[in-house]
Design a binder for this molecule. Structure first.
Ligand SMILES: Cc1cc2nc3c(=O)[nH]c(=O)nc-3n(C[C@H](O)[C@H](O)[C@H](O)COP(=O)(O)O)c2cc1C
Length: 373
Protein backbone atom coordinates (compact mmCIF):
# COMPACT_ATOMS: atom_id res chain seq x y z
CA UNK A 1 0.00 0.00 0.00
CA UNK A 2 1.44 3.28 -1.05
CA UNK A 3 1.82 5.99 1.44
CA UNK A 4 -0.39 9.04 1.04
CA UNK A 5 1.34 12.15 -0.19
CA UNK A 6 0.32 13.93 2.95
CA UNK A 7 1.72 11.24 5.20
CA UNK A 8 4.97 11.09 3.22
CA UNK A 9 5.39 14.83 3.39
CA UNK A 10 4.65 14.71 7.05
CA UNK A 11 7.40 12.19 7.65
CA UNK A 12 9.95 13.93 5.43
CA UNK A 13 9.04 17.37 6.71
CA UNK A 14 8.95 16.22 10.29
CA UNK A 15 12.26 14.47 9.82
CA UNK A 16 13.85 17.59 8.41
CA UNK A 17 12.59 19.66 11.28
CA UNK A 18 13.81 17.03 13.72
CA UNK A 19 17.21 17.01 12.04
CA UNK A 20 17.39 20.81 12.15
CA UNK A 21 16.43 20.80 15.82
CA UNK A 22 19.06 18.18 16.51
CA UNK A 23 21.70 20.26 14.72
CA UNK A 24 20.77 23.39 16.68
CA UNK A 25 20.63 21.32 19.84
CA UNK A 26 24.15 20.04 19.25
CA UNK A 27 25.30 23.54 18.37
CA UNK A 28 23.82 24.93 21.56
CA UNK A 29 25.32 22.20 23.69
CA UNK A 30 28.82 23.12 22.51
CA UNK A 31 28.69 26.77 23.47
CA UNK A 32 31.21 26.66 26.33
CA UNK A 33 34.01 29.14 25.50
CA UNK A 34 36.80 26.71 26.45
CA UNK A 35 39.68 29.00 25.49
CA UNK A 36 38.27 31.94 27.45
CA UNK A 37 37.80 29.96 30.64
CA UNK A 38 41.08 28.00 30.42
CA UNK A 39 42.82 30.24 33.02
CA UNK A 40 40.52 28.78 35.71
CA UNK A 41 41.93 25.30 35.06
CA UNK A 42 45.49 26.61 34.81
CA UNK A 43 45.48 28.34 38.20
CA UNK A 44 48.23 27.01 40.46
CA UNK A 45 50.11 25.16 37.71
CA UNK A 46 53.27 27.34 37.61
CA UNK A 47 56.60 26.65 39.34
CA UNK A 48 57.54 30.28 40.07
CA UNK A 49 55.74 31.16 43.31
CA UNK A 50 54.88 34.64 42.02
CA UNK A 51 53.29 33.23 38.86
CA UNK A 52 51.44 30.64 40.91
CA UNK A 53 49.93 33.41 43.07
CA UNK A 54 49.22 35.56 39.99
CA UNK A 55 47.47 32.70 38.22
CA UNK A 56 44.82 32.99 40.95
CA UNK A 57 44.92 36.79 41.08
CA UNK A 58 43.84 37.06 37.43
CA UNK A 59 40.55 35.41 38.43
CA UNK A 60 39.58 38.56 40.35
CA UNK A 61 36.36 40.39 39.50
CA UNK A 62 36.78 43.83 37.95
CA UNK A 63 34.55 46.39 36.25
CA UNK A 64 33.27 45.24 32.86
CA UNK A 65 35.79 42.41 33.21
CA UNK A 66 38.47 44.74 31.78
CA UNK A 67 41.32 42.94 33.64
CA UNK A 68 43.36 46.17 33.75
CA UNK A 69 46.43 44.52 35.29
CA UNK A 70 49.96 44.35 33.94
CA UNK A 71 52.76 42.82 36.01
CA UNK A 72 56.52 43.19 35.83
CA UNK A 73 58.44 40.19 37.18
CA UNK A 74 61.94 41.23 36.12
CA UNK A 75 63.14 41.79 39.70
CA UNK A 76 63.74 38.69 41.82
CA UNK A 77 61.03 37.78 44.37
CA UNK A 78 59.18 40.93 43.36
CA UNK A 79 56.08 41.80 41.41
CA UNK A 80 55.31 45.32 40.26
CA UNK A 81 51.67 45.90 39.33
CA UNK A 82 50.60 48.54 36.80
CA UNK A 83 47.16 49.61 35.68
CA UNK A 84 46.79 49.08 31.94
CA UNK A 85 45.59 52.51 30.81
CA UNK A 86 44.35 51.07 27.52
CA UNK A 87 41.60 49.36 29.49
CA UNK A 88 40.12 52.51 30.99
CA UNK A 89 36.36 53.10 31.04
CA UNK A 90 36.12 56.87 30.46
CA UNK A 91 32.30 56.99 30.27
CA UNK A 92 31.24 54.79 33.18
CA UNK A 93 34.34 55.06 35.38
CA UNK A 94 35.77 58.52 34.60
CA UNK A 95 38.06 58.64 37.67
CA UNK A 96 39.13 54.98 37.40
CA UNK A 97 37.78 54.44 40.90
CA UNK A 98 36.14 51.13 40.02
CA UNK A 99 39.13 49.91 38.03
CA UNK A 100 41.28 50.61 41.11
CA UNK A 101 38.85 48.58 43.25
CA UNK A 102 39.31 45.71 40.78
CA UNK A 103 43.07 45.96 41.26
CA UNK A 104 42.47 45.71 45.03
CA UNK A 105 40.54 42.47 44.39
CA UNK A 106 43.52 41.26 42.35
CA UNK A 107 46.03 42.03 45.13
CA UNK A 108 43.90 40.29 47.75
CA UNK A 109 43.64 37.09 45.70
CA UNK A 110 47.40 37.22 45.04
CA UNK A 111 48.09 37.57 48.77
CA UNK A 112 45.75 34.71 49.73
CA UNK A 113 47.24 32.43 47.05
CA UNK A 114 50.82 33.26 48.12
CA UNK A 115 49.96 32.40 51.74
CA UNK A 116 48.71 29.02 50.57
CA UNK A 117 52.27 28.37 49.38
CA UNK A 118 53.77 29.67 52.62
CA UNK A 119 54.72 33.09 51.26
CA UNK A 120 54.09 36.52 52.71
CA UNK A 121 53.63 39.44 50.38
CA UNK A 122 54.89 42.84 51.57
CA UNK A 123 52.79 45.37 49.64
CA UNK A 124 53.84 48.93 48.98
CA UNK A 125 50.86 50.73 47.40
CA UNK A 126 51.51 53.50 44.87
CA UNK A 127 55.22 53.69 45.85
CA UNK A 128 55.84 56.47 43.32
CA UNK A 129 52.52 58.26 43.79
CA UNK A 130 49.29 57.94 41.82
CA UNK A 131 50.88 58.18 38.39
CA UNK A 132 53.34 55.31 38.97
CA UNK A 133 52.82 51.60 39.60
CA UNK A 134 49.80 50.50 41.66
CA UNK A 135 51.86 48.27 43.93
CA UNK A 136 55.25 46.78 44.54
CA UNK A 137 55.02 43.35 46.14
CA UNK A 138 57.95 41.50 47.67
CA UNK A 139 57.46 37.78 48.31
CA UNK A 140 59.21 36.09 51.25
CA UNK A 141 58.76 32.84 53.14
CA UNK A 142 58.78 34.57 56.56
CA UNK A 143 56.67 37.41 57.86
CA UNK A 144 58.26 40.60 59.27
CA UNK A 145 58.66 38.88 62.69
CA UNK A 146 60.38 35.88 61.11
CA UNK A 147 57.37 33.56 61.51
CA UNK A 148 56.09 31.00 59.03
CA UNK A 149 53.12 32.09 56.95
CA UNK A 150 49.71 30.59 57.70
CA UNK A 151 47.31 29.57 54.96
CA UNK A 152 44.05 31.49 54.63
CA UNK A 153 40.91 29.28 54.60
CA UNK A 154 39.31 31.56 51.99
CA UNK A 155 41.80 30.15 49.46
CA UNK A 156 39.49 27.14 49.07
CA UNK A 157 36.77 29.38 47.62
CA UNK A 158 38.80 31.12 44.88
CA UNK A 159 37.91 28.68 42.10
CA UNK A 160 34.23 28.55 43.12
CA UNK A 161 33.59 32.30 43.38
CA UNK A 162 31.62 34.22 40.83
CA UNK A 163 29.65 37.45 40.42
CA UNK A 164 26.19 35.92 40.19
CA UNK A 165 24.26 37.77 37.47
CA UNK A 166 21.00 35.90 37.97
CA UNK A 167 17.66 36.43 39.73
CA UNK A 168 17.94 35.25 43.33
CA UNK A 169 15.57 32.91 45.15
CA UNK A 170 12.63 34.39 47.02
CA UNK A 171 13.94 33.69 50.53
CA UNK A 172 15.64 35.71 53.22
CA UNK A 173 19.32 35.43 54.07
CA UNK A 174 19.53 33.81 57.55
CA UNK A 175 20.85 35.96 60.41
CA UNK A 176 23.78 33.63 61.17
CA UNK A 177 25.07 34.04 57.61
CA UNK A 178 24.59 37.81 57.75
CA UNK A 179 26.60 37.85 60.99
CA UNK A 180 29.58 36.34 59.16
CA UNK A 181 29.48 39.19 56.64
CA UNK A 182 29.12 42.18 58.97
CA UNK A 183 32.86 42.52 59.71
CA UNK A 184 33.38 43.06 55.97
CA UNK A 185 30.34 45.02 54.79
CA UNK A 186 27.14 46.76 55.85
CA UNK A 187 24.22 44.52 55.05
CA UNK A 188 20.60 45.46 54.40
CA UNK A 189 17.88 42.86 55.00
CA UNK A 190 14.94 44.91 56.27
CA UNK A 191 12.25 44.57 53.56
CA UNK A 192 11.52 48.30 53.52
CA UNK A 193 15.18 49.25 53.17
CA UNK A 194 15.69 46.51 50.61
CA UNK A 195 12.77 47.86 48.54
CA UNK A 196 14.28 51.37 48.61
CA UNK A 197 17.71 50.14 47.48
CA UNK A 198 16.12 47.91 44.83
CA UNK A 199 14.37 50.94 43.35
CA UNK A 200 17.67 52.83 43.35
CA UNK A 201 19.41 50.03 41.42
CA UNK A 202 16.56 49.86 38.89
CA UNK A 203 16.42 53.63 38.37
CA UNK A 204 20.20 53.84 38.02
CA UNK A 205 20.29 50.95 35.55
CA UNK A 206 17.65 52.68 33.40
CA UNK A 207 19.61 55.90 33.62
CA UNK A 208 22.79 54.21 32.32
CA UNK A 209 20.81 52.52 29.53
CA UNK A 210 19.34 55.89 28.60
CA UNK A 211 22.70 57.71 28.45
CA UNK A 212 24.02 57.09 24.93
CA UNK A 213 27.77 57.45 25.63
CA UNK A 214 27.58 55.22 28.72
CA UNK A 215 25.44 52.66 26.90
CA UNK A 216 27.81 52.61 23.94
CA UNK A 217 30.81 52.00 26.18
CA UNK A 218 29.11 48.90 27.57
CA UNK A 219 27.76 47.65 24.23
CA UNK A 220 31.19 48.07 22.60
CA UNK A 221 32.52 45.70 25.26
CA UNK A 222 29.83 43.06 24.73
CA UNK A 223 31.07 39.76 23.32
CA UNK A 224 28.28 37.99 21.44
CA UNK A 225 28.64 34.23 21.59
CA UNK A 226 31.42 31.71 21.95
CA UNK A 227 33.67 32.81 19.06
CA UNK A 228 33.76 36.45 20.17
CA UNK A 229 34.25 35.47 23.82
CA UNK A 230 37.16 33.18 22.97
CA UNK A 231 38.74 35.86 20.73
CA UNK A 232 38.44 38.56 23.42
CA UNK A 233 38.01 36.93 26.84
CA UNK A 234 37.05 40.14 28.63
CA UNK A 235 34.22 42.67 28.63
CA UNK A 236 30.59 41.64 29.02
CA UNK A 237 30.32 38.04 27.85
CA UNK A 238 26.97 37.09 26.40
CA UNK A 239 27.13 33.35 25.94
CA UNK A 240 25.57 30.04 26.84
CA UNK A 241 22.70 28.16 25.17
CA UNK A 242 19.93 30.58 26.12
CA UNK A 243 21.58 33.80 24.95
CA UNK A 244 22.99 32.12 21.84
CA UNK A 245 19.44 30.95 20.98
CA UNK A 246 18.34 34.60 21.12
CA UNK A 247 21.27 35.47 18.82
CA UNK A 248 20.29 32.69 16.40
CA UNK A 249 16.77 34.02 16.03
CA UNK A 250 18.04 37.60 15.77
CA UNK A 251 16.61 38.97 19.02
CA UNK A 252 20.02 39.60 20.59
CA UNK A 253 22.52 41.58 18.51
CA UNK A 254 24.98 44.45 18.88
CA UNK A 255 22.81 46.77 16.76
CA UNK A 256 19.76 45.93 18.85
CA UNK A 257 21.54 46.65 22.11
CA UNK A 258 22.41 50.14 20.85
CA UNK A 259 18.82 50.88 19.79
CA UNK A 260 16.43 51.50 22.73
CA UNK A 261 13.43 50.98 20.43
CA UNK A 262 14.46 47.47 19.30
CA UNK A 263 12.81 44.31 20.62
CA UNK A 264 16.22 43.02 21.73
CA UNK A 265 16.78 46.12 23.84
CA UNK A 266 13.36 45.74 25.44
CA UNK A 267 14.11 42.07 26.09
CA UNK A 268 17.35 43.17 27.81
CA UNK A 269 15.48 45.65 30.01
CA UNK A 270 13.05 42.91 31.02
CA UNK A 271 15.86 40.49 31.88
CA UNK A 272 17.66 43.12 33.99
CA UNK A 273 14.46 44.28 35.67
CA UNK A 274 13.59 40.69 36.63
CA UNK A 275 17.10 40.06 37.89
CA UNK A 276 17.49 43.28 39.87
CA UNK A 277 14.02 42.84 41.35
CA UNK A 278 14.72 39.30 42.60
CA UNK A 279 16.99 40.50 45.42
CA UNK A 280 16.33 39.83 49.13
CA UNK A 281 19.36 41.68 50.60
CA UNK A 282 22.26 44.00 49.81
CA UNK A 283 25.87 44.34 50.94
CA UNK A 284 27.65 47.68 50.86
CA UNK A 285 31.26 48.72 51.29
CA UNK A 286 31.99 52.31 52.24
CA UNK A 287 35.23 54.13 53.04
CA UNK A 288 35.87 57.28 55.09
CA UNK A 289 38.18 58.75 52.48
CA UNK A 290 38.33 58.16 48.74
CA UNK A 291 42.07 58.00 48.05
CA UNK A 292 43.58 55.43 45.71
CA UNK A 293 44.67 53.49 48.78
CA UNK A 294 41.08 53.57 50.14
CA UNK A 295 39.87 52.21 46.80
CA UNK A 296 42.43 49.38 46.87
CA UNK A 297 41.39 48.55 50.46
CA UNK A 298 37.72 48.52 49.39
CA UNK A 299 38.58 46.04 46.64
CA UNK A 300 40.44 43.81 49.07
CA UNK A 301 37.44 43.84 51.39
CA UNK A 302 35.01 43.12 48.52
CA UNK A 303 37.17 40.15 47.53
CA UNK A 304 37.06 38.71 51.06
CA UNK A 305 33.32 39.37 51.19
CA UNK A 306 32.73 37.51 47.91
CA UNK A 307 34.91 34.56 49.01
CA UNK A 308 33.01 34.44 52.32
CA UNK A 309 29.60 34.53 50.58
CA UNK A 310 30.84 31.64 48.44
CA UNK A 311 31.80 29.67 51.55
CA UNK A 312 28.33 30.35 53.02
CA UNK A 313 26.53 29.23 49.85
CA UNK A 314 25.35 32.78 49.13
CA UNK A 315 25.42 34.63 45.84
CA UNK A 316 26.80 38.16 45.49
CA UNK A 317 26.52 40.47 42.49
CA UNK A 318 27.91 44.02 42.23
CA UNK A 319 25.37 46.51 40.89
CA UNK A 320 27.41 49.64 40.37
CA UNK A 321 25.30 51.88 38.14
CA UNK A 322 24.23 54.22 40.97
CA UNK A 323 27.88 54.61 42.02
CA UNK A 324 29.10 55.73 38.61
CA UNK A 325 30.46 59.25 38.39
CA UNK A 326 29.21 60.60 35.06
CA UNK A 327 26.96 63.69 35.15
CA UNK A 328 23.77 61.95 33.99
CA UNK A 329 24.02 59.62 37.02
CA UNK A 330 24.49 62.41 39.59
CA UNK A 331 20.97 62.21 41.02
CA UNK A 332 21.25 58.47 41.74
CA UNK A 333 24.83 58.82 42.98
CA UNK A 334 23.67 61.41 45.52
CA UNK A 335 20.73 59.23 46.55
CA UNK A 336 23.01 56.19 46.97
CA UNK A 337 25.23 58.18 49.30
CA UNK A 338 22.25 59.53 51.28
CA UNK A 339 20.88 56.01 51.71
CA UNK A 340 24.04 53.97 52.20
CA UNK A 341 26.73 56.09 53.84
CA UNK A 342 27.42 58.67 56.51
CA UNK A 343 28.14 62.23 55.42
CA UNK A 344 31.59 62.49 53.83
CA UNK A 345 31.96 58.76 53.21
CA UNK A 346 32.20 57.16 49.77
CA UNK A 347 30.11 54.15 48.79
CA UNK A 348 32.66 52.01 46.96
CA UNK A 349 30.62 48.86 46.30
CA UNK A 350 26.93 47.95 46.30
CA UNK A 351 26.03 44.31 45.78
CA UNK A 352 22.92 42.17 45.55
CA UNK A 353 22.99 39.39 48.11
CA UNK A 354 20.91 36.24 48.30
CA UNK A 355 20.63 32.64 47.19
CA UNK A 356 21.36 32.13 43.52
CA UNK A 357 22.46 29.42 41.13
CA UNK A 358 26.19 28.92 40.94
CA UNK A 359 26.91 30.04 37.43
CA UNK A 360 29.94 29.35 35.28
CA UNK A 361 33.41 30.74 35.25
CA UNK A 362 33.74 34.01 33.42
CA UNK A 363 36.39 34.65 30.76
CA UNK A 364 39.96 35.73 31.49
CA UNK A 365 43.03 36.56 29.43
CA UNK A 366 45.84 34.11 30.19
CA UNK A 367 48.50 35.22 32.69
CA UNK A 368 51.13 35.20 29.92
CA UNK A 369 49.32 38.11 28.23
CA UNK A 370 49.66 40.19 31.38
CA UNK A 371 53.39 39.90 32.07
CA UNK A 372 55.59 42.77 30.92
CA UNK A 373 59.32 43.29 31.35
C1 LIG B 1 34.39 47.59 40.99
C2 LIG B 1 33.53 46.57 40.35
C3 LIG B 1 32.30 46.94 39.81
C4 LIG B 1 31.47 45.99 39.20
N1 LIG B 1 30.24 46.38 38.75
C5 LIG B 1 29.41 45.48 38.17
C6 LIG B 1 28.10 45.84 37.74
O1 LIG B 1 27.67 46.97 37.88
N2 LIG B 1 27.33 44.88 37.17
C7 LIG B 1 27.77 43.59 37.01
O2 LIG B 1 27.04 42.77 36.49
N3 LIG B 1 29.00 43.22 37.42
C8 LIG B 1 29.82 44.13 38.00
N4 LIG B 1 31.07 43.74 38.44
C9 LIG B 1 31.45 42.34 38.30
C10 LIG B 1 32.30 42.10 37.08
O3 LIG B 1 31.66 42.47 35.92
C11 LIG B 1 32.65 40.63 37.06
O4 LIG B 1 33.25 40.39 38.22
C12 LIG B 1 33.56 40.22 35.96
O5 LIG B 1 32.80 40.03 34.83
C13 LIG B 1 34.31 38.97 36.31
O6 LIG B 1 33.43 37.94 36.60
P1 LIG B 1 33.42 37.01 37.89
O7 LIG B 1 33.32 37.83 39.12
O8 LIG B 1 32.23 36.20 37.66
O9 LIG B 1 34.65 36.15 37.90
C14 LIG B 1 31.91 44.66 39.09
C15 LIG B 1 33.14 44.28 39.62
C16 LIG B 1 33.95 45.21 40.25
C17 LIG B 1 35.25 44.79 40.86
Amino acid sequence: MSMSRRKALGIIGGGTILAATATVGTFLSTRTPDIAIAPWAKAGSYTDVRKRALSYAILAPNPHNRQPWLVDLSEENTMVLYRDLERDLPATDPFSRQLTIGLGCFLELMTIAAAQDGYAVALDLFPEGEQGPVARAVFSDRDSQGNNIKADPLFEQILHRTSCKEPFEDRAVPIDKIARLTPLATTYTDPKEVATIRKLTLDAWMSEAGTPHALKESVDLMRFGKAEINANPDGIDLGGPFLESLMLVGILSKEGQLDPTSSGFKEGIKMYTDMLTATPAYAVITTKGNSRIDQIEAGRRWMRLNLTTTELGLALHPVSQALQEFPEMAEHYTRAHQLLSKPGETVQMLGRLGFGPTVGRSPRWPLEKKIIG
